[in-house]
Design a protein around this ligand. Structure first.
Ligand code: SF4
Length: 332
C-alpha cells in the first residue's frame, strides 16, 4: 500500500444505498481501490449538520451502509473502512483549521448558499453547518490525502480544502499536500419521476431491492411523453428508462436507443427489460449482502480494524500539526 497515492472519500450514513449512490460514488471507489491507497469514511458527524436531533438511526444506518460497501466489492484488504466519529483527531484538526478561515469565505461557498436556499434555512444556520467544509477539509488533510474522488458538486469544497492546506503550510511550515480533485465519471441515474434519485424524495431504487420491487418502481417511470404508441419514434436521451439501460445494461443500450428512435420498440417491454437488467446487475450483490447480514460481527470487525488503522495515521498527522504550530508539549 505504501507506494500508492492516497485517496479519501466519505458518505453520510444513510443506510442501504440506492442506485444513484452506487453509480455516483461507490462503483468508482471499487475501481480505484487497486490503484490508490484508499480511505473510506462514514462521515456521521456531517449528518448532524441538519438532522442533529435525529440520531436514533445513525448506528444502524452505518452498519447497513458499510454492509452495502462490502457486498458491492469494497475490499477491506485494499481499502481502509472506518467511522469518522471514532477518530476524534478529525475534531481537533477541524478546530485548528477553523482559525484559518474567515466567516465571509464560508458564507460565499456556493454549495452552502444553495443548501440554505433549498432547505429554506435562512436565519437558522448553525455554527456547525457553516463550518461543514472545514470539517471536510480536516477529514481529508488528516490523512494527508493526495486526491479526493468527488462529484462535480463537491469541487468547491475541495478547493476550500486546498486553500486551507496552503494557508496552514504558509503559516506554520510545509505539513499538508494539496489534494487534487479526482472527478467521478458522471452517471445520470434518475428516479422514475426524472428527478435526481434520492431517499428524501422517495424516488429511489435500492441496490438491495428484490426484483419484484425493482419492477414495480421501473414500470411507473416517466418515458418520452411524445411516444404514445409502440410505433412512435422515441427520444432515448430524455427517457429515464433509457438512462437506467445506459448504466446497468450497457451491452444493449445502443441497440435499445436505435430501436426506440426507429419506433420498433415499445415502452412496456423496454421497462420490463430495464427492470430485469437492474435486478441482474445487482444479483451477485444481493446474494453477498444477505450473507453479510447474518454476519454483523464481521462488518463490525472491518470497521474496528479500519478505525484503528485510520486512527494511527490521524494520530501521527496531529503530532506533526501540534509540532508545526508549536503548541505546548510536556516532552522536553
Ligand atoms: S422505448 Fe424505451 S427508451 Fe424509448 S421512450 Fe420507451 S422506455 Fe424510453
Amino acid at each position: 500500500m505504501g507506494e500508492k497515492k492516497r485517496i479519501l472519500s466519505g458518505m453520510q450514513p444513510t443506510g442501504r444505498l440506492h442506485l444513484g449512490n452506487y453509480a455516483g460514488a461507490l462503483a468508482n471507489w471499487i475501481k480505484l481501490q487497486d490503484e490508490y491507497e484508499s480511505y473510506h469514511c462514514v462521515v456521521d458527524w456531517h449528518s448532524l449538520t441538519i438532522t442533529y436531533n435525529e440520531t436514533e438511526r445513525i448506528a444502524q444506518d452505518t452498519i447497513d451502509m458499510v454492509t452495502d460497501w462490502l457486498a458491492a466489492g469494497l475490499d477491506p484488504a485494499k481499502a481502509t473502512i472506518f467511522v469518522q466519529s471514532l477518530v476524534r483527531e478529525h475534531a481537533e484538526l477541524h478546530l485548528l483549521l477553523s482559525m484559518l478561515i474567515s466567516l465571509g469565505r464560508l458564507e460565499r461557498n456556493p454549495a452552502f448558499k444553495e443548501r440554505v436556499k433549498d432547505l429554506n434555512l435562512r436565519g437558522e444556520v448553525s455554527y456547525g453547518h457553516l463550518g461543514y467544509p472545514v470539517l471536510q477539509a480536516a477529514d481529508i488533510l488528516i490523512y494527508r490525502a493526495h486526491a479526493v474522488p468527488v462529484g462535480e458538486d463537491q469541487v468547491p469544497h475541495i478547493e476550500l480544502t486546498r486553500e486551507l492546506a496552503r494557508k496552514f503550510n504558509s503559516t506554520y511550515g510545509e505539513t499538508f499536500p494539496e489534494p487534487e480533485t479526482l472527478l467521478t465519471p458522471y452517471a445520470r441515474v434518475p428516479g422514475p419521476d426524472g428527478k435526481k434519485m434520492s431517499k428524501s424524495l422517495g424516488n429511489h431504487i435500492l441496490m438491495s431491492d428484490p426484483p419484484e420491487r425493482v419492477e414495480e418502481i421501473v414500470m411507473k417511470a416517466i418515458t418520452d411523453p411524445e411516444k404514445i404508441y409502440k410505433g412512435d419514434p422515441g427520444r432515448p436521451e430524455i427517457c429515464n428508462v433509457y438512462a437506467w439501460h445506459y448504466t446497468f445494461n450497457s451491452d444493449q443500450e445502443q441497440l435499445i436507443a436505435d430501436e426506440c428512435r426507429q419506433g420498433s420498440r415499445g415502452c412496456v417491454v423496454c421497462k420490463k427489460e430495464a427492470a430485469g437488467a437492474i435486478s441482474e446487475y445487482f444479483a451477485g450483490f444481493r446474494k453477498e449482502r444477505s450473507r453479510l447480514e447474518s454476519d454483523r460481527g464481521y462488518v463490525l470487525k472491518v470497521i474496528s480494524e479500519g478505525t484503528e488503522r485510520a486512527g494511527g495515521v490521524a494520530g501521527a498527522t496531529m503530532e506533526r500539526v501540534r509540532k508545526a504550530m508549536r503548541l505546548f508539549s510536556l516532552e522536553e
